[in-house]
Design a protein around this ligand. Sequence first.
Ligand code: ADP
Length: 237
Amino acid sequence: MTIEINDLHKQFGKNQVLKGVDLTIDQGQIYAVLGPNGSGKTTLIKSILGMVIPDKGNISVLDSPIKKNWKYRKKIDYLPQIANFPPNIKVKELIHMIKDLRNSPSEEETLITLFGLKPFLNKKLSTLSGGTKQKVNIVLTFMFDSPLIILDEPTTGLDPKALIRLKGLIQNEKAKGKTILVTSHIMQFVEEMADEILYLLEGEIYFKGSIKELLERTDQTDFEHAIAAITTTESHA
Ligand code: ADP
């Protein structure tokens, strides 16, 4: 089991965001975390990363409980939604900085070529377009070789060519037996990539299953409509 979550609760002030999430994530699959805005997707992901401390419940990553165990984070490659890069350093300096911080073997050269970033290596981050910044973000995530990859809105700002490259990259990592957790608002991307859908609603996992199962459950023929219809169907997963 790559991730196991039992009875996870988290509230911010009076806002009970996670109300008893139970979830198992198996190795070697791509999982899409979906749900309406504010349903707790980021809170769930940050709990797995140890960036949000739950009020109650347990999380194990790669068979070890994460409580008071920061080392497990080395086994996760995380692409944050909004990369707040320091504006005044150059792309190549940032890549070196992250390599020094992680102190793990990295392979950035092929990724830099794949995303056409060579001409930007000596440019300051503040001068880059949103899409180019996202390509840098992707390089920083995929240059390490961790068994678990968590991607928060990875397609943001990407041009069609880069999007194709990203999809190929994710499939490659999956083929190596890695586990991938991804959030995305782009239903076409989710439909193409995800083996399993995790749908969060009102603080719980409302649906967990394949796209085929989701279509059957909602009695729909296309994925986007199935997602829209999911909350009007009766039974829970
Ligand atoms: P999603 O990613 O599904 O849009 P989030 O996990 O970001 O949802 O947020 C779920 C709810 O928790 C929202 O109502 C949000 O305002 C609240 N929330 C998230 N993080 C914090 C925080 N650090 N402090 C207070 N409220 C928060």
